[in-house]
Design a protein around this ligand. Structure first.
Ligand SMILES: NC(=O)c1ccc[n+]([C@@H]2O[C@H](COP(=O)([O-])OP(=O)(O)OC[C@H]3O[C@@H](n4cnc5c(N)ncnc54)[C@H](OP(=O)(O)O)[C@@H]3O)[C@@H](O)[C@H]2O)c1
Length: 332
């Protein structure tokens, strides 16, 4: 059976969208016992999809590969679920993100930008009925990553001050929204004045240009930008503060500044995605506080390329969501 999907046909570091196709591929079926199909209602885009198109993290011998790490949809019996994209190896019993052989959907197994995605049964969690399909689709990658950076890696508590670098990004806007909901003082940087204004509108307390001196040193910094902001992140931390790192969009090899790290007892904590339990807890936080993911635009599957182009050019503020069931489908 064929299914409509957005997939990587070829990869190009300089022109990633040239290898993107929206078309039909065969339904891959279950790769192993215990996997089940999810009929996808909405899927969100992430920088991860651009990395796959550029040839980072996705070996060319795995092409064609369906893109997408985020989805909300239904099981065969109609149960509404959110898909957890971290696929641990079948024998792994520990925390799934710590499995050295784990992959994300679209790295080894076909991803979520499709009418159907197959996942291990343990990789679905109930969708909170209060969330729309589009809102729920934002959670498994950017929002889960931000949730874990804030409350696990950086161990922030109400009243703490967090600096979020690159305010316009998907993970960064998630961190602003969630940090504000949890009683943190949220400061941000962005290259763009418009995105700084937008960050203030959606919950940041103060917004600064990239590299600006902070009014005071912060308890933690959330880093997904990398080389362009790393030095500023270290300079902005109070002694004993934490920089939580989950990405390096602008480059992954900044000067380490080890003297600053040890003289000021800084903690650098790497973190990837989050656990199923954290995906449940994240939904509870949203429901209890009335907070909702910040969505830039919802597009039909056919416009995946245009939306990814906007992401590549850094124009986006919030999440880009793909409505898999089509423009006529319900968007609660
Ligand atoms: N480890 C994980 O589990 C995990 C999960 C999700 C994402 N990630 C990684 O985290 C990164 C962000 O992901 P995303 O989906 O949030 O991406 P995104 O939506 O494309 O956001 C990237 C943001 O980085 C900032 N930025 C980019 N280049 C910059 C530069 N040269 N100088 C300053 N700022 C720059 C921009 O912020 P402004 O335009 O506001 O300045 C941009 O909005 C990616 O590298 C992704 O692979 C990792």
């Amino acid at each position: 059976m064929a299914m409509r999907c957005a997939y990587v046909r070829t990869q190009s570091a300089d022109d990633p969208l040239s290898g993107l196709v929206v078309g039909d591929l065969p339904d891959p079926g279950s790769p192993a016992e215990g996997w089940l199909p999810v009929d996808v209602r909405a899927a969100a885009l992430n920088h991860h999809d651009l990395w796959s198109l550029r040839g980072v993290g996705l070996p060319s011998e795995r092409l064609p590969m369906v893109l997408g790490t985020d989805a909300a949809g239904t099981l065969g019996d109609g149960t509404e679920v959110v898909v957890h994209a971290v696929i641990a190896s079948s024998s792994w019993t520990g925390e799934e993100t710590l499995d050295p052989r784990r992959t994300l959907l679209s790295e080894l197994h076909p991803g979520t930008l499709a009418e159907r995605v197959w996942v291990p049964a343990r990789n679905v969690v109930p969708k909170a009925p209060e969330l729309s399909w589009a809102e729920a689709a934002c959670l498994p990658t950017a929002y889960l990553t931000a949730y874990r950076m804030l409350f696990d890696a950086a161990d922030l508590r109400p009243g703490h001050t967090v600096l979020v670098q690159g305010a316009g990004g998907g993970v960064a806007t998630a961190a602003i929204v969630l940090g504000r909901a949890a009683g943190l003082r949220v400061w941000v940087t962005s290259r763009s004045e418009a995105k700084r204004d937008r960050a203030l509108e959606v919950g940041a307390h103060q917004a600064f240009p990239v590299g600006a001196r902070m009014p005071e040193q912060v308890d933690a910094v959330l880093e997904t930008v990398g080389e362009a902001t790393w030095g500023h992140s270290l300079r902005s931390l109070r002694p004993g503060g934490t920089v939580a790192v989950a990405g390096a969009t602008s480059g992954a090899m900044p000067p380490a500044e080890l003297s600053r790290v040890f003289f000021r007892s800084l903690r650098i904590v790497g973190t990837t995605m989050g656990t199923r339990e954290q995906l449940r807890d994240l939904q509870q936080l949203l429901v209890a506080t009335g907070t909702r993911p910040l969505i830039d635009t919802v597009v039909p599957l056919a416009e995946t390329g245009t939306a990814l182009g906007r992401m590549a050019s850094g124009e986006v503020s919030g999440k880009l969501v793909v409505d898999i069931v089509g423009e006529s489908g319900p968007q609660r």
